[in-house]
Design a protein around this ligand. Structure first.
Ligand code: AGP
Length: 611
């Protein structure tokens, strides 16, 4: 959940503050409880760290450069110990010989700490990280790679680290276990980071470390080792497609609004890759490779948060269109539930980051039980993609805002394409119907653009409800998971309590909450269930509730005293793609009007790499 970055300057030294702070800014979405940097110059290592956002550290450091040969930095999402100056990274060992930054959790830190306490080590912070650095220092006798390796073998949990030694002015060691660590090969420096965006301004040439691997960065270049055996290993360099402009705000005030506005174009590009024309079959070589026969009996969909909501839409879509039974579970629930699975099952794991620990854990266990794994993922080379049999990349570009927007609609689009691919390949739907659906899917990006033109209307709705403290979102069928997603968006960035319900469930309890000041958002796409949603609305209005309706059948609601946001016509199955946009924009303005920090909401981090 933390962002880490290390840099080793190739010749001499450079302004490392000028490299580390912008790099940390790019990964700050991973955690923003505290920030710190350590820079090695001729006279030793200078450390600066501060509780709070990176901007506080930046203010403290001022304009002056900090020159050095090697440096590392960190933005923290607190796990062990409060977010204060003392617990901020980097952390020294008690004799100030070794310093490091760490992302993840050392699960056996209490045992290791007892062992180190018995050897006379004194601890200053409450972090598991301070245990790690003292363990490395315990093994250090001038050979840093060996010390990191020996300590790495003893540490359990998910962690990646960048490590420096005070007496090694041109050396940095990185180690990875279950959370990402990448090497960036720049012209003037080599980088170690938790995320490509940290060094994207300097290089797109990347080497991905796998679990149990180490990288040693020095004047001799970069060498890689297996932690268990100590054996040197060969690694390849890959070029990533993302560019630095994609990781910047591009004229918008927030990443969230920028990413909301990117949706028509990223979905258009995604469709162009897999469905250039409605007259052609869906092009998915990854599935051709994996699903040769019509022999899988169950699709298991796994994800967390927004990705889970995409999975829930996926169940309606795959069962309805591809006629294949689906099971949907939160990844963290699937991990500890022994649901029967067989080698005739296909698991579709959905994750923007490809680093979510819960999703990784569930996928590993389903794989071990014999399921084939297809991941729908945005981040090329991420951990999930490396354990999947095949990956369908959404290629939406970096999603920096903690609140997921474009990743969600791209995940949905990919699920529609998978459903159409299965239906076509195994003859599970009428050809004319499929052609019509493909035409309608290809028309979605333009309809999204039309919705974005009406942003002001949605901002007005947010003003209407700017004082409320609770909100229901109601939908049926494919609109039900969209209701859950709408509620999640509102909660996570505006801190307004919101719940997404299946419309039919209201009368079983939730309706008891309805009163003036507790509004409901009714999702009412044209469908055989439209009248059921009208009935839901009437039940709420008759109990003095207030209602906002998102619908492509606005005439049906004209005689009611409700706020209506109309969206363009489309087949019901695709309505989640269009309904999501007003809900995202509504959450955005609800948060803005309440003065919230939209891109970095409290208590959250973009990638949840701890269980
Ligand atoms: C969405 O707005 C959230 N920030 C969160 O629910 C997120 O979708 C979830 O943590 C899963 O992340 P992933 O897609 O990277 O696996």
């Amino acid at each position: 959940m933390c962002g880490i970055l290390g840099a080793v300057i190739h010749d001499g030294h450079s302004d490392l503050k000028g490299i580390l702070l912008p790099g940390l800014r790019a990964v700050e979405y991973r955690g923003y409880d505290s920030a710190g940097i350590a820079v090695m110059n001729g006279e030793g290592i200078t450390v600066n760290k501060k509780a709070g956002k990176l901007s506080i550290l930046e203010e403290t450091l001022g304009e002056a450069p900090i020159e050095g040969s090697v440096g590392l930095g960190h933005t923290r999402w607190a796990t062990h110990g409060a977010p204060n100056d003392e617990n901020a990274h980097p952390h020294w060992d008690h004799q100030h010989r070794i310093i490091l930054v760490h992302n993840g959790i050392i699960e056996n830190y209490a045992t290791l700490k007892d062992e180190l306490l018995a050897k006379g080590v004194q601890f200053k912070s409450e972090t598991d990280t301070e245990v790690a650095v003292n363990l490395i220092a315990f093994y250090y006798d001038g050979d840093l790679p060996t010390a990191v390796r020996l300590a790495g073998k003893r540490m359990q949990g998910s962690f990646s680290m960048c490590v420096m030694a005070a007496d090694q002015p041109r050396l940095m060691v990185g180690i990875r276990n279950e959370v990402p660590l990448l090497v960036g090969h720049g012209e003037d420096a080599t980088y170690l980071a938790s995320d490509i965006t940290a060094f994207l301004a300097y290089t797109r040439d990347v080497t991905y470390l796998e679990d149990g691997e180490m990288a040693v960065l020095s004047d001799e270049g970069t060498k890689y080792f297996d932690v268990q055996s100590g054996r040197e290993i060969e690694k390849t360099v890959e070029r990533v497609e993302w560019n630095i402009e994609q990781a910047q705000k591009g004229g918008f005030d927030t990443f969230m609004m920028k990413e909301i506005h990117e949706q028509p174009s990223v979905i258009r590009q995604l469709l162009e890759r897999h469905l250039p024309s409605p007259n052609e079959p869906v092009h998915m070589p990854q599935l051709d490779e994996l699903i040769k026969d019509n022999d899988f009996r169950l699709v298991s969909l796994l994800g967390c948060g927004t990705a889970f909501h995409a999975c829930k839409v996926g169940k309606y879509v795959l069962e309805g269109l591809a006629k294949i039974p689906c099971r949907v579970m939160y990844a963290h629930e699937a991990l500890y539930h022994q649901a029967p699975i067989s080698n005739s099952a296909l698991t579709i794991a959905v994750s923007q980051s490809g680093e979510t620990a819960d999703t990784m854990g569930a996928v590993k266990s389903q794989k071990a039980a014999g399921s084939k794994i297809v991941s729908i993922c945005n981040v090329v080379g991420s951990s999930l993609t490396r354990i999947s049999d095949q990956t369908l990349y959404t290629m939406a570009g970096p999603e920096i805002s903690v609140a997921s927007t474009k990743a969600f609609t791209c995940q949905l689009t990919m699920i529609y394409l998978v459903a159409i691919w299965i239906a076509e390949k195994f003859g599970r739907a009428d050809a004319a119907e499929l052609k019509h659906l493909k035409e309608e899917l290809l028309a979605i990006p333009d309809k999204m653009s039309a919705i974005l033109q009406s942003e002001k209307q949605i901002e007005h709705l947010a003003r209407v409800y700017r004082q409320v403290r609770h909100f229901y979102y109601l939908g049926r069928g494919v609109a039900y998971p969209v209701a859950m997603e709408g509620a999640l968006k509102l909660k996570e960035i505006s801190y307004v309590h919101a719940e997404g319900y299946a419309g039919g469930e209201m009368k079983h309890g939730a309706i008891a909450m309805i009163e003036p000041g507790f509004p409901s958002c009714i999702l009412a796409p044209k469908s055989p269930l439209l009248e059921k949603m009208v009935a839901n609305m009437e039940e709420i209005l008759s109990r003095n509730g207030e209602v906002m309706v998102i619908t492509n059948a606005p005439d049906r609601f004209s005689k009611y005293d409700v706020h209506v946001f109309p969206f363009p016509d489309c087949p019901q199955v695709f309505s989640p793609l269009l309904m999501s946009l007003p809900l995202q924009i509504f959450a955005f303005y609800s948060a803005k009007l309440r003065g919230r920090d939209i891109d970095q909401p409290r208590n959250l981090a973009k990638s949840v790499v701890v269980e």
